[in-house]
Design a protein around this ligand. Structure first.
Ligand SMILES: Nc1ncnc2c1ncn2[C@@H]1O[C@H](COP(=O)(O)OP(=O)(O)OP(=O)(O)O)[C@@H](O)[C@H]1O
Ligand SMILES: [Mg+2]
Length: 286
């Protein structure tokens, strides 16, 4: 049985819900009493701000960890940069400086293993290490994938997302071939999902009955969109062993603005319940 400790969140397309999923799953794992570290491996530093930390106020970040493998830079370990956040999740923060690391990495042969090697020093301290990666195919994503035992792919209902799955499979295959690293990416999250209407979470019985009677039926346009989403979900289920959906929910954005995962400020929202179920599934992965 594979013991899952390190999970990367990846998709080269921007805005598919990598950071949101990473932070909210981290939040529910933390609430379950697990010791959780979030590693922000994205120069945008959204996981850092999402946990209430101001990147501008940091003196050390993941930038320093990456740079410490190069001559002339101070020796900085993960332990030196990690900070505890208000939600009880530990964080390896990022800043925009991280963009400066990539050109250096191309000069070293072992560039894909820098993050994994650095995390080896704290692997025993945590039950889960969750890595947020940027929307690219670059070295930070490769470092995240190589460091992880398991990769979660996030997809949004955008029409090009499925093409993205094919491109990702190619990248995973290339990494396996070139680096000899096994990438297990059999779990997908469909984010910002506008329910196809069958799932009426939170309402049932009489409320649902009345809603059905008094609401006008879907327009032809809505029905077309629902069919597109259903077809998309069917396609995704062919590629991934486990597929979860997370509803579009304003609580997600509000939580981000507060610098707190949804688990800690709106656990009973639709998205909260859905992320709790995903966190439970991640605990049960083998
Ligand atoms: N379930 C949801 N309901 C409502 N808004 C959501 C939901 N999931 C994500 N969002 C919003 O969508 C936007 C993109 O999400 P997020 O930042 O997690 O994507 P990302 O893949 O990390 O983006 P990037 O590729 O830029 O790193 C954010 O503004 C976030 O608040
Ligand atoms: Mg992000």
């Amino acid at each position: 049985m594979l013991i899952i400790t390190v999970v990367a969140f990846a998709h080269h397309k921007g805005g598919t819900g990598k950071t949101t999923s990473c932070l909210n799953i981290a939040g529910f794992l933390q609430k379950d009493g697990k010791k959780v570290l979030v590693v922000d491996c994205d120069p945008q530093a959204n996981a850092t701000t999402g946990l209430g930390v101001d990147p501008g106020a940091l003196t050390l970040s993941i930038y320093d960890v990456f740079m410490s493998v190069f001559e002339g830079f101070p020796d900085v370990t993960i332990n030196d940069v990690l900070i505890s956040t208000a939600s009880g999740i530990d964080l390896v923060p990022a800043t925009l400086d991280l963009v400066g690391v990539e050109p250096y990495l191309y000069n070293i042969e072992d560039r894909a293993w820098v993050l994994g090697d650095a995390l080896a020093g704290v692997k025993d301290t945590y039950d889960f290490i969750l890595i947020d990666t940027p929307p690219s195919m670059g070295q930070f994503v490769i470092n995240g994938l190589v460091a992880a035992d398991r990769t979660v792919v996030t997809l949004d209902p955008g029409s090009f997302a499925l093409k993205g799955v094919e491109a990702l499979s190619t990248v995973f295959g290339d990494i396996q071939e070139m680096l000899g690293e096994n990438i297990i990416a059999d779990l997908a999250i469909l984010t910002r999902w506008k329910s196809s209407g069958e799932r009426e979470t939170g309402t049932g019985g009489l409320a649902l009955f009345l809603k059905r009677i008094f609401s006008p039926g879907p327009s032809a346009e809505e029905e077309k969109e629902r069919e597109r989403l259903r077809a998309f979900e069917r396609e995704v289920r062919k590629t991934f062993r486990q597929v979860f959906t997370v509803s579009y929910s304003p609580a997600v954005y509000e939580a981000q603005q507060r610098g707190s995962p949804i688990s800690h400020c709106a656990p009973e929202s639709d998205a909260g319940r859905e992320y709790r179920a995903i966190a439970t599934a991640i605990r049960k992965l083998d």
